[in-house]
Design a protein around this ligand. Structure first.
Ligand code: PLP
Length: 220
């Protein structure tokens, strides 16, 4: 049961860690089970699917986009989400900034750090993230960089996952130390999924993105 799964997670997660229920591939009826159990934050990774689900769910749901986002899909996503967790290229950053400018909005985003996983090529290097934060600010921007997101290597090896999360945690802390002016905005570290969230919490996660442990296996 979705509600039992959620209750178990609410009990185990520290209260300061935000639970993002990753509802991709699951029908709205399942999302509503989670909503009725108290869940308000949902993550989707496909623009079309997100845009279809939003009007079918109550308006107090907070939507996060967590997938690879193509610049020609921004209008399906940006009007609805409170956070784009998966900004993974300069091209996308520029396009979001332009959308914000055209629509009179400031868009909250996380920068995705490319961690070890070979299966995904998405994400910035550490150097790129440092550069973006060193050159951001200075007014005019329609993007607010709220923190970092990362996916650990897809492996059973806890040591590898541990090392991935330690790396992103160190980068997160380093940026916060080097940019005191960002103390109140650069506050989010989104790491941890169904298999590895307890490790992520130990490495300072402020958000975990959990799908399977709430909704069960996805049908593709
Ligand atoms: C699907 C997905 C998740 C959730 O994965 P589970 O293993 O089902 O918890 C988390 N983050 C991202 C970016 C995803 O695409």
């Amino acid at each position: 049961m979705v509600s039992d799964n959620l209750k178990a997670l609410y009990e185990k997660l520290p209260s300061a860690v935000k639970l993002v229920a990753v509802s991709k591939f699951h029908p709205v009826s399942r999302l509503m089970e989670a909503y009725e159990a108290g869940q308000r934050v949902f993550g989707e990774n496909r623009p079309q699917e997100l845009a279809q689900k939003v009007p079918q769910m109550p308006s107090d749901v907070e939507w996060h986009f967590i997938g690879h986002l193509q610049t020609n899909k921004l209008k399906l996503v940006l009007p609805y989400v409170s956070l784009v967790q998966s900004v993974d290229s300069f091209h996308l950053l520029e396009a979001i900034d332009k959308w914000g400018s055209d629509n009179g909005k400031t868009v909250d985003v996380l920068l995705e750090l490319h961690l070890g996983a070979e299966e995904t090529k998405h994400g910035f290097s550490e150097e790129e993230i440092v550069t973006i934060l060193n050159t951001a600010g200075e007014g005019g921007s329609h993007i607010r960089i709220r923190g970092l997101m990362g996916m650990a290597t897809n492996t059973e090896d806890k040591g590898v996952i541990e090392a991935d999360f330690a790396r992103i945690e160190a980068l997160f802390q380093r940026i916060r130390a080097e940019h005191p002016e960002l103390r109140n905005t650069f506050t989010e570290l989104s790491i941890g999924m169904s298999g590895d969230w307890p490790i992520a919490v130990r490495h300072g996660a402020t958000m975990v993105r959990i799908g399977t442990d709430i909704f069960g296996e996805r049908e593709y």
